[in-house]
Every structure is written in C-alpha cells, then in structure tokens.
Design a protein around this ligand. Structure first.
Ligand SMILES: C[S@@+](CC[C@H](N)C(=O)[O-])C[C@H]1O[C@@H](n2cnc3c(N)ncnc32)[C@H](O)[C@@H]1O
Length: 270
C-alpha cells in the first residue's frame, strides 16, 4: 500500500498540496463543523469519511465523542492525521485506502464525501465504484453525504492565462511566507479541469504542480447515485441548509439506500 497514491494517480495528477499534511493544514480555511456535527447528531455514528486528508473534519467529529474512521489515498496526509489524533489522545481509525475500492468490516450510519473530494473521482466508473462502496458500507437507515462544488460555467470558461491566488500562509517551519497561485484549463469532452499550481517558497523559488478536478453536474450526480441504488432525500445549496437552486455554489446531498431497488443498481453485495 506504500505507493498506493502514486500507483493510482498518473504522476501529473499528484499535486504538492497533498504531499505534506502540515502545509495542507495551512492552505485552506477550517471546515464548517456545525454542519457536519448536525448531520451526525441527526443520523448517528459510526461515521466513515472518504478522503479524510489530515483529519480536519475527522478529528473534530471524534472530539465530539463520535466513533469515526477516515480513509485517504495519500500516505503523507494519513500520517499527519494520525499524529494529530495521537497528540490529542483521540481514538480515530485512519486508514490508507482508495475510496473507490475500500473494504471495511463494519457498517456506518453516516458515510461522508466532503470538501469537493468528489472531484478526485476521474470518471463515472470511479464515481460509481465509490458510490457502490458507500452503499455496501451503509447501515439500513444510514446516509451518504456528498459536499461538492456546482461546476460554474463562468469559472470553467476562464482563460488559462488568468492566474488566481489560492492561498498565502506562514511556513509551518517559520521560514517566511508561502504563496500558492493557479491557472486552469477545462476540457469539455472529459469534464476535467486541469489545474496548474505554482508554489512560491519563502526563498522565492517556484515549483509547479498539477491537479486534475473532475466536474460533476447536478443531474449527472443524481443519475450516478440513482444507478448506485441511492436516492437523494435532501439537497442543500450551502452549509446553512438553504434550498439547492440555480444560484447555489455547492451541492450538498444527503442520500440513502432506495427503499425499493431498481434492477441493476448497487453492487449487489450490500
Ligand atoms: C480536498 S482534500 C480533503 C481532505 C479533508 N476531507 C479535508 O476536508 O480537509 C482531498 C483528499 O482526498 C484524498 N484522495 C484523493 N483521491 C482519493 C481516493 N481515490 N481515495 C481516497 N482518498 C483520496 C487526497 O489525498 C486528499 O487528502
């Protein structure tokens, strides 16, 4: 499993943002924990997080007293998550694994795919495999919760000459400021946004990285879930649970096993 990430992803799919958990933790803001804790208060534990990274969501859920397992394909991210949980003496099970093919020996009341992790599933087969795995790991009344961006045409059609600042943060080793900028090009036929990232280090040197993000449109996502034996019971446009609409930036979906399964849905195992 040591090189699972490298084996699965083509080398140009790996970006520096997932190579060092300490840097990842500085890059983005904090997750909306009141939303996630509310979901778990409603549907219960145990919880499984797919693509848990450094445990930014996993650890606060464990801190709130819920049983949670996190799976991630990046060894660097998992190691950092384990260190953080150990420092806080929290009993979180962090596992190296692929969200499209994992196998756990328990069922979960809540399986979450947060933080736009959906974009790491590069085609519909990977997405279906992930949804089948989620299906098979859900308890009878369990829910699968997906939090992803709505692909925005104005963002997708931006020129690749446009360079956007993603984040500026203090080096965790205290050597100065890091700055991450990015440009992107969207491929119509694959629905993949190919992002080139530039990491400017405190010494002024710049390293280039590549991150591919698959765009899933709302109707497409509903169809894939439906074919995986899942039905949407709630769909929100933001963490405040406003109704999903044409102006929503996010698609936050709560799905459960269909009460009546269609033919050819689910993996047939769960
Ligand atoms: C945007 S980060 C989110 C991390 C965490 N959920 C958070 O909110 O901070 C996406 C994570 O998904 C992981 N990942 C990408 N593809 C994966 C796969 N096929 N299986 C498991 N994890 C994957 C990456 O290593 C990364 O840690």
């Amino acid at each position: 499993m040591a090189s699972a990430w490298a084996k699965k992803m083509k080398s140009d799919d790996i970006d520096h943002i997932y190579r060092d958990g300490r840097h990842y933790d500085c890059l983005f803001g904090e997750p909306n924990m009141s939303f996630w804790l509310d979901i778990i208060a409603t549907y219960g534990a145990p919880v499984l997080e797919l693509g848990c990274g450094t445990g930014k969501i996993t650890i606060p859920i464990a801190e709130a007293g819920y049983s949670i397992t996190g799976i991630d394909l990046s060894e660097a991210m998992i190691q950092h998550a384990r260190r953080k949980a150990k420092d806080q003496k929290l009993p979180v099970s962090f596992k190296l694994g692929d969200m499209s093919s994992f196998e756990e020996d328990q069922k979960f009341n809540v399986v979450i795919l947060p933080s736009n992790n959906l974009a790491h599933l590069m085609d519909y087969r990977e997405a279906m495999n992930c949804f089948f795995r989620a299906y098979d790991h859900l308890s009878k009344d369990g829910v699968f919760v997906i939090d992803a961006f709505v692909p925005s045409l104005s963002i997708l059609t931006k020129s690749s000459d446009e360079i956007e600042t993603i984040s500026e943060y203090e080096d965790p080793d205290g050597k100065g400021m890091f700055k991450i900028t990015a440009s992107a090009i969207y491929e119509n036929h694959t629905q993949i946004r190919r992002v080139t990232t530039f990491q400017r280090k405190p010494d002024g040197s710049v390293s280039e990285g590549h991150l591919n993000m698959k765009m899933y449109f709302p109707q497409e996502l509903e169809g894939l879930l439906n074919h995986s034996g899942l039905e949407i019971i709630e769909r929100y446009g933001n963490y405040q649970k406003d109704e999903f609409s044409s102006t929503s930036m996010r698609q936050i979906i709560v799905a459960r096993k269909k009460k009546k399964r269609d033919n050819q849905t689910g993996s047939g195992k769960g």
